[in-house]
Design a protein around this ligand. Structure first.
Ligand code: ZN
Length: 219
C-alpha cells in the first residue's frame, strides 16, 4: 500500500543549520515565487528494502530518507509544494511512486539514492545523476543542476557525471525527472560523509539549491 503525506513541520524550532564549513545556508537558498511550483521527492527503497548497505552497516534507505525529509522542508520554506512518495520506513513499489508523481501535476521529480559497489572497493567514490533521454527535454537540465550542487559540497568525491539511464521512476514519470546518487555507501570517503548528519544537512541544502535554480529557469 502506498502511504505518504505532505510533511507540515515548520522550520521554526529545528536546530539551526551550522555555518562553519557550510558553503550554503537555508537563508541563502534561491528564491522562487511562492505557491508557483510543486515538486515530487522520491526517497529510494524503504522498509524491508534497505537499498545498498555499506561500511559500518550504513544503510541507503536511512541516508536517503533523512536527506529527502530535510530537502522537503527546505523547499517548503521557499513556498514550493512538496509531495513525498514515502515519509517513513515503509516499502513502496515503483509503480505507485510513479502513479503518485504523475497524478500530482508536479513541475519536477527527483529520486534520491546512494550508490554501492563491493565492500572490497572502498576506493570507489563519486557522485552521479541520471535522467531518461526519451523523457522531458528539461530532465537533463534538472539533472545537471542537482549534480553541480552536490559536487560543490563534496570535495574530493569524483564527478561521475550526468548520465542517461532507463530506471523505472525516471522513465515512467511524465514531468522533468532525475535520479541522484549522492555517493557510495561502500566508498571510504563517501560513506564517512553520508554517515555524518551535518553532511546530510549540507546535501539537502545542495539539492534544494539545485532544484530551486532549476525552477527559477522554468518561470
Ligand atoms: Zn538506491
Amino acid at each position: 500500500a502506498l502511504t505518504w503525506t505532505r510533511p507540515d513541520q515548520p522550520l521554526a524550532g529545528r536546530t539551526p543549520f551550522p555555518t562553519e564549513g557550510t558553503p550554503l545556508s537555508p537563508d541563502g537558498l534561491p528564491v522562487v515565487p511562492r505557491g508557483r511550483f510543486r515538486v515530487v521527492i522520491d526517497p529510494g527503497h524503504g522498509g524491508p528494502d534497505p537499498g545498498a548497505v555499506g561500511i559500518g552497516g550504513l544503510r541507503e534507505t536511512d541516508v536517503v530518507l533523512d536527506v529527502s525529509l530535510q530537502l522537503a522542508r527546505l523547499l517548503q520554506a521557499r513556498g514550493v509544494d512538496v509531495v513525498l512518495t514515502r515519509t517513513s520506513e515503509v516499502d513502496v513499489d515503483l509503480p505507485p511512486r510513479v502513479s503518485l508523481a504523475n497524478a500530482s501535476n508536479a513541475d519536477a521529480f527527483v529520486s534520491i539514492h546512494a550508490n554501492a559497489l563491493s565492500m572490497s572497493r572502498p576506493d570507489v567514490n563519486g557522485i552521479e545523476t541520471f535522467y531518461f533521454q526519451g523523457g522531458s527535454s528539461r530532465s537533463r537540465t534538472l539533472a545537471a543542476a542537482l549534480q553541480q550542487q552536490m559536487l560543490a559540497i563534496s570535495p574530493g568525491s569524483p564527478d561521475r557525471g550526468v548520465r542517461t539511464a532507463r530506471f523505472f521512476v525516471i522513465r515512467r514519470t511524465v514531468m522533468p525527472s532525475a535520479l541522484v546518487e549522492m555517493g557510495f555507501v561502500t566508498g571510504s570517503l563517501d560513506s564517512r560523509r553520508l554517515a555524518d548528519p551535518s553532511f546530510r544537512r549540507r546535501m539537502a541544502i545542495a539539492l534544494a539549491t539545485g532544484m530551486l535554480l532549476y525552477l527559477q529557469g522554468q518561470r
